[in-house]
Design a protein around this ligand. Sequence first.
Ligand SMILES: CC(C)(COP(=O)(O)OP(=O)(O)OC[C@H]1O[C@@H](n2cnc3c(N)ncnc32)[C@H](O)[C@@H]1OP(=O)(O)O)[C@@H](O)C(=O)NCCC(=O)NCCS
Length: 174
Amino acid sequence: MVIRPALPADAQDLAILGERLWRDTYEGLIPSSDLEQYLVEAFGPDRQAAELADPACRTLVLDEGGTLLGYAWLRAKGPAVEVPFERPLEVARFYVDRALHGTGTAQSLMAALLAHAASADHDGVWLQVWEQNPQAIRFYAKAGFTDAGATVFLVGSLTYRDRLLVHRLRTQVD
Ligand SMILES: CC(C)(COP(=O)(O)OP(=O)(O)OC[C@H]1O[C@@H](n2cnc3c(N)ncnc32)[C@H](O)[C@@H]1OP(=O)(O)O)[C@@H](O)C(=O)NCCC(=O)NCCS
């Protein structure tokens, strides 16, 4: 298993992977019409190609012999929520194939993204996680994230209550 930055040529595979893992995570937990609408809006090769071409974004992928099995989509754009950092990096999506849960693979992907964030001179990483996703909340806590309050996420017709999690990074000037 290799962890590497996604390339423009990965757009199609990333679109398929992103849709599959999002569906695996939330199917049955949110209304199916909202889920399908979100998948159409959020994934697809054109959307992935645009994200890969965006200099403010970076995607790290788990690549096993040419098959993508997880990814972290990172975004260095100004957050819509207040975070306690001057140069924040958002973990906009973090998804690992179910077959790899509990194997430590997600920890490796997290270590790679934190190393990237530090090397790119970010002073903190933040993310939103659904309050009804205890596995992810536990995972992020183990990775050093702390709870910075409540926030929301809109999917289709409904607003979901999220937790805002933050992880301060040591920088050269600290
Ligand atoms: C979030 C994710 C990356 C974590 O990876 P992982 O390999 O499952 O991580 P871990 O093995 O460290 O498991 C995390 C913790 O959740 C616990 N856990 C596992 N299944 C659980 C469940 N159904 N409910 C509650 N906790 C659960 C594990 O026991 C572990 O805690 P522990 O180390 O104290 O025992 C992975 O589960 C995933 O990709 N989930 C689907 C996508 C997702 O939800 N992404 C986050 C969006 S913000």
